[in-house]
Design a protein around this ligand. Structure first.
Ligand SMILES: Cc1ncc(COP(=O)(O)O)c(C=O)c1O
Length: 381
């Protein structure tokens, strides 16, 4: 098997991740609840995950990192907790994933907010386009840091500079762990992350970092292990957004995944992944009948995700042939990003997405390019 679907979830995970999960499973896990030794050890596991993430994301106060099951939860927690009201204006790109597009559609329908998605130019989001659309009613900018379809990387920091005091909610699903985020905690207002992609942790982990200048009301309230005398849910972070027992087993794996990324360094992972991407792009651009859906060879404003279509093939048939005939795993279709595909002209059939990770090799990339060449010939291109 050649696994080129890291944009969906990363594989393999570093062995430390499995070891950490198994070790956590071997003890009772009720962090922040009971006071006995295993419960305290479970709390230390959760703390370790917060600490490692804070280091990776350039966040000073790790107590504002709130864990949930994935980035979809983090984005929903932010969008529903910001108290957006009728007439409020929200900007985003058109490269958003449904994890923001659907909550924003719901907010528009149910609360009367105005959501304005901005199209990219030459595949890229431009800070000046955000600045030009700001209004007194603009309450939030939502930004997918990197498109999970085209691989285009948004200039998030420049966009934040362009929008000034308007809060920025950054979806780092495709960048955390694979693109250096430097001191993101110093300029992003809300940062949502998922544990199972570039952070190399297990599924069921993710969350939201809430910057000091924004208030997010809880999506759910309930047990927190703190202030149990009160029927009111605590208003301090992270407890305010973490109702219910934490996923200690998953967070043990996430901590190990993030620590692996920190040891390897995000810079080294980025260099490796971009090397593979350039190699792949150079190998495939000349294939007759191949249409690349995103930044081409030489462009640095991208991540290691390459979408394409091949003449004569539907995206699902092409992905099926890649798996059946060559053991190459990709993802076909709309990638939960219909607006992006509408923009690319690939709606509703979608494209085939190749997404590379830290453990892919140059030989695997060469095999994928060779398979594409052979499949193009099969349809007479
Ligand atoms: C850009 C982007 N945002 C959000 C998500 C949702 O991730 P999750 O399913 O882990 O919540 C994905 C996953 O594919 C994504 O690529």
């Amino acid at each position: 098997m050649i696994y080129l679907d890291n944009g969906a979830t990363s594989f393999p995970k570093p062995p430390q991740v499995g070891t950490a999960i198994m070790a956590a499973l071997a003890a009772p896990a009720s962090p922040g609840r009971s006071g006995h030794a295993p419960a305290m050890a479970a709390a230390r596991i959760v703390h370790r995950a917060r600490k490692a993430l804070a280091k990776l994301l350039g966040i000073k106060d790790n107590g504002r990192i709130c864990f949930g099951p994935n980035v979809t939860w983090g984005l929903n927690a932010a969008l529903s907790g910001l108290d957006l009201q009728r007439g409020d204006h929200v900007l985003s790109g058109t490269l958003e994933h449904n994890s923001t597009a659907r909550p924003l559609t719901r907010l528009a329908k149910e609360k009367g907010i105005e959501w304005e998605p901005i199209p990219p130019v030459d595949g890229a989001m431009r800070p000046e386009d955000f600045k030009a659309r700001l209004r007194p009613q603009t309450k939030l900018v939502v930004l997918n840091h990197a498109s999970n379809v085209s691989g285009a990387l948004a200039p998030a920091r420049e966009i934040k500079e362009a929008i000034g005091n308007v809060p920025l909610l950054l979806d780092t699903a495709q960048t955390a762990g694979s693109v250096p985020l430097g001191d993101a905690g110093a300029w992003v207002d809300l940062l949502a992350f998922t544990g199972h992609k570039g952070l190399l942790g297990p599924t069921g982990t993710g969350g939201l970092w809430v910057g000091p200048n924004v208030f997010v009301a809880p999506l759910a309230v309930g047990g927190s292990g703190s202030r149990s005398e009160s029927l009111e849910h605590p208003d301090f972070l992270p407890d305010a957004l973490e109702a219910g027992t934490a996923n200690t087993h998953g967070l043990a794996g996430l901590a190990a995944g993030v620590e692996y990324v920190l040891e390897t360094t995000v810079e080294a992972i980025r260099e490796h992944e971009m090397g593979l991407t350039q190699h792949f792009l150079e190998e495939i651009v000349g294939i007759k009948g191949l249409r690349l859906q995103g930044p081409g060879p030489g462009r640095k404003d991208r991540v290691a995700t390459v979408s394409l279509n091949l003449k004569g093939w539907s995206s699902s048939d092409l992905a099926g042939a890649l798996e059946k005939d060559y053991g190459i795993l990709t993802r076909a279709g709309l990638h939960c990003a219909p607006l992006t595909h509408q923009r690319l002209g690939t709606f509703p059939g979608g494209s085939v997405r190749f997404s590379f990770g830290p453990f892919n090799t140059a030989a695997e990339i060469a095999s994928a390019a060779k398979a594409l060449r052979a499949l193009a010939l099969q349809k007479g291109s």
